[in-house]
Ligand binder design. Structure first.
Ligand SMILES: Nc1ncnc2c1ncn2[C@@H]1O[C@H](COP(=O)(O)OP(=O)(O)OP(=O)(O)O)[C@@H](O)[C@H]1O
Length: 263
């Protein structure tokens, strides 16, 4: 029987995050709360500067909250750990002097996750999962942007973290490649059911990737609404697509039935 009240894997409660510079304090997020359950594809969506990246860094353990708490499987997050892996937007997140296989292996071995043959087998397994077996001995400069992002995803997945944190991983790709990468990520999720926390400012991407979507207000980010998504942009009983509903909530616009939002 399934538990009617499952405990969240990740619980973010009343989170206020700030940057303190020499002469000012910037509040990035204000009292944001949300829960992520095992195997969720949880998307944080909001305009540029609303604190999405800052939130992800706090879940990664790189920023301490000034207020509120973050717990993973019931334990307070206080520092970075191999149970949370970040995939960034930038193509330069790989080590340029290491091959694809060495990049994936390095993370596994340096974190103490695995060593020797086990590490090599795990690395090859995830390189195959992102369809890069034929490029395992290539260096990053020999790969396209999309291929580099696949390596970053394989490296993150190989760590078998409790949650994979993705900060606009496809934002720097052309539209066709971006669509293909979204499809591949969903396939990978189908095979692994990895829990995703995915940040984007694109409404169509949020609708495509997420099973649950948290909308943040413009700076400083506050939780505005949480929506469930089927992963497709179906028209609801009110005649609105999910994109149109999100658009109206994010920008306080009057929704138009069957209108399409662009992100
Ligand atoms: N290192 C920093 N020092 C001071 N302020 C910062 C720093 N990093 C971010 N900020 C500020 O914190 C706020 C939130 O930034 P953040 O990068 O988290 O937003 P975002 O929603 O991820 O934006 P984008 O979609 O453009 O990446 C912004 O006002 C930003 O200027």
């Amino acid at each position: 029987m399934t538990d009617p009240n499952p405990k969240p894997l990740l619980a973010v409660d009343g989170l206020t995050l700030q940057y303190r510079t020499r002469d000012s304090i910037v509040t990035a997020t204000y009292r944001v709360s949300f829960d992520v359950f095992t195997s969720d594809r949880y998307v944080i969506l909001g305009p540029s500067g609303c604190g999405k990246s800052t939130l992800l860094k706090a879940v990664g353990g790189y920023i301490r909250p000034v207020e509120g708490s973050i717990t993973l499987a019931g334990a307070q997050i206080s520092k970075p750990g191999p149970d949370r892996v970040l995939v960034f937007q930038e193509f330069d997140q790989l080590l340029p002097w290491k091959t694809v296989r060495e990049n994936v292996l390095f993370a596994l071995v340096a974190s103490g996750r695995l060593k020797g043959r086990e590490a090599a087998e795990r690395a090859d397994h995830y390189i195959a999962k992102v369809n890069l077996t034929g490029f395992a001995d290539s260096y990053p400069h020999m790969l396209s942007g999309g291929m580099k992002q696949r390596v970053a995803i394989a490296r993150g997945m190989a760590m078998e973290p409790q949650i994979l944190l993705m900060d606009e991983p496809f934002a720097a790709l052309d539209a066709l490649t971006r669509g293909k990468m979204q499809e591949e990520l969903l396939q990978l999720w189908d095979e692994t059911k990895v829990t995703l926390l995915f940040v984007t400012h694109s409404i169509p991407e949020a609708v495509r990737i997420g099973n649950r979507i948290l909308l943040l207000t413009p700076h400083p980010g506050r939780a505005k609404a949480e929506l469930g998504s089927t992963g497709t942009d179906l028209v609801g009983p009110d005649g609105l697509t999910l994109s149109a509903r999100i658009d109206s909530l994010l920008f306080d616009r009057h929704p138009t039935a069957r209108s399409n939002a662009h992100g």
